[in-house]
Design a protein around this ligand. Sequence first.
Ligand code: ZN
Ligand code: ZN
Length: 409
Amino acid sequence: MDFERNLDKYAELAVKVGVNIQPGQELLVRSPIECAPFVRKVVKHAYDTGAKNVYIEWSDEECTLIRYLNAPEEVFNEYPKWTADQYVDIAKKGGAFLSIHAANPDLLKDVDPQRVANYQKASGLALKEWRSYTLSDKCKWSIVSIPTEAWAKKVFPDVSSEEAIDKLWEAIFKCSRVDGQDPIEAWNKHNEDLKLRMDFLNNKNFKTLKFKSEKTDLTMELPEGHIWLSGASVDPNGVKFNPNIPTEEVFCLPHKFKVNGIVYSTKPLVYGGNVIDNFSLTFKDGRIVEFTAEKGYDTLEKLISTDEGSHYLGEVALVPFKSPISDTNIVFFNTLYDENASCHFAIGSAYKTCIKDGDNIKDEDLDKYGINDSLTHVDFMIGSPDMNIIGETYNGETIQIFKDGNWAF
Ligand code: ZN
Ligand code: ZN
C-alpha cells in the first residue's frame, strides 16, 4: 500500500514539479516499456492537471541491443528525421518533455564502440534544433528515474533481483523527497534552499575558481556575465519547472579557454551503455590535452573526439558531499543520481541560460564570450570529501566556497 501511494506521489511530483504541466499543454513522455506502471500514473496526473494531449514514446533495451548487434553498419550514421521533427514540433507548440531514465549501465558493453559513437554523433546532430529548446529553457523538460531489473542488479549485485529493485525504489523515494507527507511542499522548500547558495555565488561574481583535493588540482575562470543556476528553471511564460528530480546542484559554465590543470573522476560514468571509471583529464587553455582511464578508455576517447567542442568543458556544478543522495552511500551508475551526489563538470556544450542574454548570442560569437558548444553534454563526477574550492573575485578577494567536500558558508 505504502509503495503504491509513494509511486502515485512520485508521478504527481513529476507532472506538477518536474514538467509543471499547465492547462492545454501537450506532454511527450519518453520511457522504457518496463516503467509502464509509473507512466500510466503520470498520464493520469497530466490529464487531471489539464494536459491537452499526452504522447508516449516507448523504448526497449533488449531491442536496442539486438539492433546494435545485428543492424547494418550505415544505420548508425543516421537518425530518423521524423523523430527529431516530432520533438521540435511539440517544442514549438509549447509542449513539455518528460524522460524516464532507467538505463542498464552495461547494456552495450559487447557492442563495437565505434557503432555507439557514430550513433551518439548522428543523434546529437539530428537533435540539435530540439536541444536548443531544452538547453535554453524555451520549453519545459524533466528527467526522473525508475528502477529496472538490470539497473537495480548493477547497483545491488549481491541480492536477489526483487530485493535489488525494492532497495533502489527506497533510495529513489528518499532522494526525490517523495517519502515525506507532502513532496510538492518539500520541493518548494528545497528550491528555496538551493536559491540561497545560488544567490551567494551570483552576488560574489567570482572571476576564478580553484579546485584542490589530494589528486585534483585545477583552476578555471568563469566568463563575464556568468549566472549560477539551481533547482527550478523558468520557461518563457514564467512557469517554473524542475529539469532534474532529484537535484542538489548549483551550476554555471567555465570559460571555454580558461581551464588549466588536472581533474580526477570520483565516481563511475555511464556513457553510451558502457562504464568509464577512475579517469583523469588534463586541461591546457580549456582544451583536454591528455586523459587516462583505468576502465572504459576507448569509450572516453570516443566521447572526447565527438567534435571540437567535446574537447572542452561546458558546465561546473557544486554539490556538497553531504546530501541526501551521497548520504545513501550508493553508487547509482546513473548520472542523474551520481551527479547530484557530487561536484561535477560536463564535457561539451554549455547552457546558454548560464550567461547574461545568452539566448541572443549568435553561434559564431560563442567563442568570444567563452561559451562552449558541442553535440554532446556529459556530466562527470569530481567531488570528494577532501575537495576544497577557493573563489577569487575581480578585486582580488579570496573566499573559501567548499571546505573538505562541503559548502564553507
Ligand atoms: Zn549538472
Ligand atoms: Zn550537466
